[in-house]
Design a protein around this ligand. Structure first.
Ligand SMILES: Nc1ncnc2c1ncn2[C@@H]1O[C@H](COP(=O)(O)OP(=O)(O)O)[C@@H](O)[C@H]1O
Ligand SMILES: [Mg+2]
Length: 318
């Protein structure tokens, strides 16, 4: 089964697209079949970071109903094992994604055949973006060390958690109404985490619903990458994000690694050629390779939970 990694951020311009393109190349180079999908609709530029002239229709032809299958939009790049689905640069103005198209894309992403599928998302916490982020449990939240970017990353995570809980209950359910009202009335700073308060409200309605929500939250561990790191203060800002998220939202973030500020990255954009190819030993490429190795070896991927209870043991002994 493919490992789908959506890459989101609260603020734009923090390096998601540079990361997606170059990580994709490194994963492909390590022998993993990798598909990159440009889902920054209205602002697609993954082809530029890959150094590809975009002549293929992409997601826009699904939106315009000229095409029905995501797989048909896949094309082979010049790099072995690397495949690409462009966004909507050839038909701009498709930034507004109709609900059924979004559903169709989400369903079809999960049935593509690859080792890794990386989703380059647009910035911000709109439900369209957040729904793509929730396609898989392996999402990465990207941020730069600027305070505004970290605050926006926090908002993105918060919106994702509530959206995940909302979508885990059926349409028109009472639980959805509770979550909807909670999100619209709850203010920060009550002292307890939001999710603890929300679980309490859900539990008051139904013990099982409260339990189901608590379980979902426990399993939600988005990864975080702080990009353009220049000094230890940048790392501290990242740790602050981890603390605030645990305290206010009640979830644990996992850091996948910092990426350094590196002038070779800007130079590579200027040359329209991916930095891992133009500067294979610059600091950015070196640190990105550590992340790619971690992913390719399966070292950091959360394992599905296995329960072992007494019944199972009895059956083994028999
Ligand atoms: N680690 C880095 N070092 C230096 N410049 C960077 C780095 N990461 C990103 N950039 C710069 O930031 C710009 C925006 O990056 P991009 O990937 O397009 O952001 P996003 O996709 O999040 O909007 C790039 O064009 C590049 O110039
Ligand atoms: Mg981008």
């Amino acid at each position: 089964m493919s490992i789908v990694i959506p890459i989101g951020s609260g603020k734009g311009g923090v390096g998601k697209t540079v990361f997606t393109a170059n990580l994709g190349i490194l994963l492909a180079a390590s022998g993993k079949k990798t598909i990159l999908i440009d889902l920054d609709l209205g602002g697609s530029n993954l082809h530029t970071c890959l150094g590809i002239k975009n002549r293929n229709t992409g997601i826009s032809s699904l939106i315009n109903k000229q095409e029905n299958s995501l797989e048909n939009l896949l094309f082979e790049t010049e790099i072995d094992n690397l495949f690409f689905i462009p966004g909507d640069t050839l038909s701009p103005g498709t930034g507004n994604l109709p609900f059924f198209t979004k559903q169709k894309i989400i369903k079809q992403i999960n049935s593509l055949d690859a080792d890794f599928i990386l989703l380059d998302l647009g910035a911000g916490s709109t439900y369209n973006t957040v729904d793509f982020f929730l396609v898989s449990p392996y999402g990465i939240v990207f941020t730069s060390p600027e305070t505004t970017s970290v605050l926006n990353a926090y908002s993105f995570i918060k919106t994702s958690v509530f959206r995940m809980l909302f979508r885990s209950f059926k349409a028109k359910s009472f639980e959805r109404e509770i979550i909807h009202n909670f999100v619209n009335t709850k203010l920060e700073g009550s002292g307890r985490s939001f999710t603890a308060d929300l679980i309490q409200e859900l539990t008051a309605h139904s013990y099982l619903s409260g339990q189901a929500a608590a379980e979902k939250i426990k399993e939600f561990h988005p990864w975080v990458i702080v990009n353009r790191v220049e000094n230890s203060e940048s790392i501290e800002l990242g740790l602050k994000l981890k603390d605030v998220t645990r305290k206010n939202i009640g979830i644990d973030l996992e850091f996948l690694g910092p990426l350094p500020e590196d002038k070779d990255v800007q130079l590579s954009i200027f040359r329209r050629s991916p930095v891992v190819l133009t500067s294979p030993s610059c600091p950015f490429t070196r640190e990105l390779s550590v992340i790619a190795d971690k992913l390719a070896s399966g070292e950091v991927l959360p394992q599905p939970k296995l329960y072992l209870d007494e019944d199972d043991l009895l059956k083994i002994d028999e």
